[in-house]
Design a protein around this ligand. Sequence first.
Ligand SMILES: [Zn+2]
Length: 239
Amino acid sequence: MKKEYTEFIKECGGLEFPNIFFHPGAREISDFGLINHYKMIDGVRVWGYPGIHFGIDLGNSHIIKDGYINHLYSPFMFEKSTMVYRYISMIELFHKFGFIMKLFHCNPKWVELELLQSGKEIKKGTKLGLIGNYNAPVNETLVHSEIVSIDGYCISDFLEYVLREKYGDTNFQITLNDVISVYRKCSRTLFWKEDQIKKDYEQLRLDNNIRLLNKFKIIYKDSTGIEKTYYSSKYLFGI
Ligand SMILES: [Zn+2]
């Protein structure tokens, strides 16, 4: 099994994955994990509170342009894909190493919809389409991408292997100091006392069924009671 992993990593140019394209030229809009985000208060998004972000947002501008910089490419070969869009728009790309890449906010009109819904394999480097802002919480065009273990598996052995090779042990909780520093960056929690921060963060973890959270991964229990792991694509693949 490990030989398969090392061969794949070699094909991608090494552990920094320099030979993969996803959204070239994009800038990071929101990072993964505990971030300056929003709280839902009476069904309304109130920005300026810490929140848990299960993916990374990348984008370029407020304007939707058919330019190179707004293009999305498949970073890997995926065995199959799906795309659904109604209230939200979600593309799922299934990798043979036990993980799914999920892309949100793409507009069905601006992507290779037929291919994405065909169930056929998606080759590495395939142009998937343009980023959009289909039901995005902000005006900006962006893609929210998530890397998550496949249904029924708490982890992806391959992703754990990559993390271990690059960073050693990544199974630890975020430190209280790091939690406090996020609260200090949020306009509505800037002056909260340490006790209040501790209590609020614990509640945030409980509300989201999170067992472990740090900058590399979030392990949480879904609505059916099964644990899954969300991974930071930035620390894994630099995307
Ligand atoms: Zn997002």
